[in-house]
Design a protein around this ligand. Structure first.
Ligand code: HGY
Ligand code: MN
Ligand code: MN
Ligand code: MN
Length: 421
C-alpha cells in the first residue's frame, strides 16, 4: 500500500473537536434541563444554520441553499464532475429535544470535512454535508420535509404552503430567516443525486446500549402513517346540561385515543401507535368540549401491517360516531413505506466498524430519518451509535463522546471508500 493510502487508512477524526462543536451548537436553543428547543425555521434555527455555514466556509466549502431551505456544504473533489458522496442530517429539534438527535449527524459530517482538510486528503469525488429542513415535523407537517421535497415524496408547493399552529407558512418562515434558496430542491427538477449517502444518528432507543455494542449497521426503517383526527360534538354548560344530553367531544375522543394504542398492541412486535398532540376546544374547565383535535403516529416494519393499522383506525372512528353523538374526521397527513437501505453500503458500515475495532449490530430504525427519503434517489445507509438509556426526544438525551467519535470514524471511512482517494 503506498504512503498516501497508508495515511488514509490510519485517518481518524478528532473526537474532542466533534464534541466541542456539538456542545457549541447545543447552546443555540439550550434549555434549563440540558436539552435543546430549536424548532424548524425559527430565529434559533437561523442562528444554528448560520453557524454551520460559517464552520463549513472556514473549511473551504461552497454553500448551496435550495428552494426548501436545505443546505449543502460542498468540498470539491479532484474529479468534481463525479456525483458527491453525501452525509448530514437535521438541526431542527423537538420542543423538548436533545443536543444529539440530528445535530450529531451534521456535526459528524463537519468533522469528516475538518479531518480531511487537517490531513490534506483530496478525494476523487466531492463530499457534501447536508442540513435538511424541518426533519422533525414538530412545527410543520409533514415530517422530513426537506428530504421529502428532494426525493419527490411531495411537491415543493405542498411543503411551502404548510403552516404552523399560528398560521405561519413554510414559505414565510423560510423568507423570514433568509434561507429561501433559489436552486431546485427536487431531484426531478434537477437537484443533483448523490453517488452514495451515509447518515450518522443516535439510535434513540435502548437496543445498542443494552447489547453493549457501539455501532449499529442500520438495515432499514419502519414505515409511518400520521393522521390528524377531529372529533366534533357541541359545547355546552358543564352544570345545567344533563349527562344524557351531552355531545361531549372529549369523552368520545378518549375512547378513540385508547384504540390507537390497542391497535398498535395488536401488531407487535413492530407496531407503534402514539397520540402526541391533543387540542381541546374551548379548553375551559366548565364547558363541555365541543371539539377535540388529536394526532396519530402509526409505525410498522411492513407495509401490510401499516395498512391493517390504518383500516383498524378508520373502523374504530366509524364505530365511535355510532356510539356517541359526535362526528369524527380522520385525515392522513404523512405516509411512507418501510425502507430497506442499500446492502453494499450497510456492509461498508459493518466492515468500517470492524476496522475501527468496534462490535456492530444490524438494527432497524424505529425513527424516521432524512436518509429514508434520500434512499429513494441514491445508495444509502445509516450508522447508529447508542444514546444514554435509549432516551431521545427528551431534554435529558445524552451520548458517550467515545461512541460519537467511533461513529464518526466509521462514517469517515465509509465515505472515503466511496469517494475514492
Ligand atoms: O418522528 C421521527 O421518527 C423523527 O424523529 N422525525
Ligand atoms: Mn433525528
Ligand atoms: Mn427526532
Ligand atoms: Mn463484522
Amino acid at each position: 500500500m503506498n504512503d498516501r493510502l497508508a495515511t488514509v487508512a490510519t485517518l481518524a477524526v478528532n473526537g474532542p473537536r466533534l464534541w466541542q462543536s456539538l456542545m457549541e451548537l447545543g447552546q443555540l436553543g439550550a434549555t434549563e434541563k440540558g436539552g435543546v428547543c430549536r424548532l424548524a425555521l425559527t430565529e434559533l434555527d437561523r442562528q444554528a444554520r448560520d453557524l454551520f455555514v460559517a464552520w463549513c466556509q472556514a473549511e473551504g466549502c461552497s454553500i448551496r441553499i435550495d428552494q426548501i431551505g436545505n443546505i449543502f456544504a460542498r468540498r470539491p473533489g479532484v474529479r468534481d464532475d463525479l456525483p458527491a458522496i453525501g452525509t448530514g442530517s437535521h438541526i431542527d429539534t423537538q420542543p423538548t429535544g436533545g443536543k444529539f438527535d440530528g445535530n450529531y449527524g451534521v456535526m459528524a459530517g463537519l468533522e469528516v470535512l475538518r479531518t480531511l482538510n487537517q490531513h490534506g486528503v483530496r478525494t476523487e469525488a466531492p463530499i457534501e454535508v447536508c442540513v435538511w429542513t424541518n426533519e422533525e415535523g414538530s412545527r410543520f407537517v409533514p415530517v422530513m420535509m426537506g428530504s421529502g421535497v428532494y426525493c419527490d415524496a411531495f411537491t415543493l408547493e405542498h411543503a411551502l404552503t404548510r403552516s404552523d399552529h399560528e398560521g405561519v407558512t413554510v414559505r414565510e418562515a423560510l423568507a423570514a430567516i433568509g434561507y429561501a434558496g433559489d436552486v431546485p430542491a427536487a431531484v426531478s427538477a434537477g437537484a443533483p443525486r448523490f453517488g452514495a449517502y451515509f447518515e450518522a444518528h443516535i439510535e434513540q432507543g435502548p437496543v445498542l446500549e443494552d447489547a453493549g455494542i457501539v455501532i449499529g449497521a442500520v438495515t432499514g426503517a419502519l414505515g409511518q402513517r400520521w393522521y390528524d383526527v377531529v372529533v366534533s360534538g357541541m359545547e355546552a354548560h358543564a352544570g345545567p346540561t344533563p349527562m344524557g344530553l351531552r355531545k361531549d367531544a372529549l369523552f368520545a375522543a378518549t375512547h378513540l385515543m385508547q384504540e390507537v394504542v390497542n391497535i398498535a398492541m395488536a401488531h407487535q412486535p413492530n407496531g407503534r401507535g402514539t397520540v402526541g398532540c391533543v387540542h381541546v376546544h374551548p379548553n375551559s374547565r366548565n364547558v363541555i368540549p365541543g371539539k377535540v383535535e388529536f394526532t396519530v403516529d402509526f409505525r410498522h416494519a411492513d407495509d401490510a401491517g401499516l395498512l391493517a393499522m390504518d383500516a383498524a383506525l378508520r373502523q374504530a372512528a366509524a364505530e365511535l360516531s355510532g356510539r356517541f353523538p359526535v362526528q369524527v374526521n380522520v385525515e392522513q397527513v404523512v405516509y411512507f413505506e418501510p425502507v430497506a437501505f442499500t446492502p453494499a453500503l450497510v456492509e461498508a458500515i459493518r466492515t468500517g466498524a470492524d476496522r475501527a475495532g468496534c462490535r456492530h449490530l444490524d438494527i432497524v430504525s424505529g425513527a424516521g430519518h432524512d436518509a429514508v427519503y434520500v434512499a429513494r434517489t441514491a445508495p444509502t445507509a445509516m450508522i447508529f451509535v447508542p444514546c444514554k438509556d435509549g432516551i431521545s426526544h427528551n431534554e435529558i438525551e445524552d451520548a458517550d463522546p467515545t461512541h460519537l467519535e467511533a461513529g464518526a470514524n466509521v462514517l469517515l471511512h465509509a465515505m472515503l471508500e466511496r469517494a475514492g482517494v
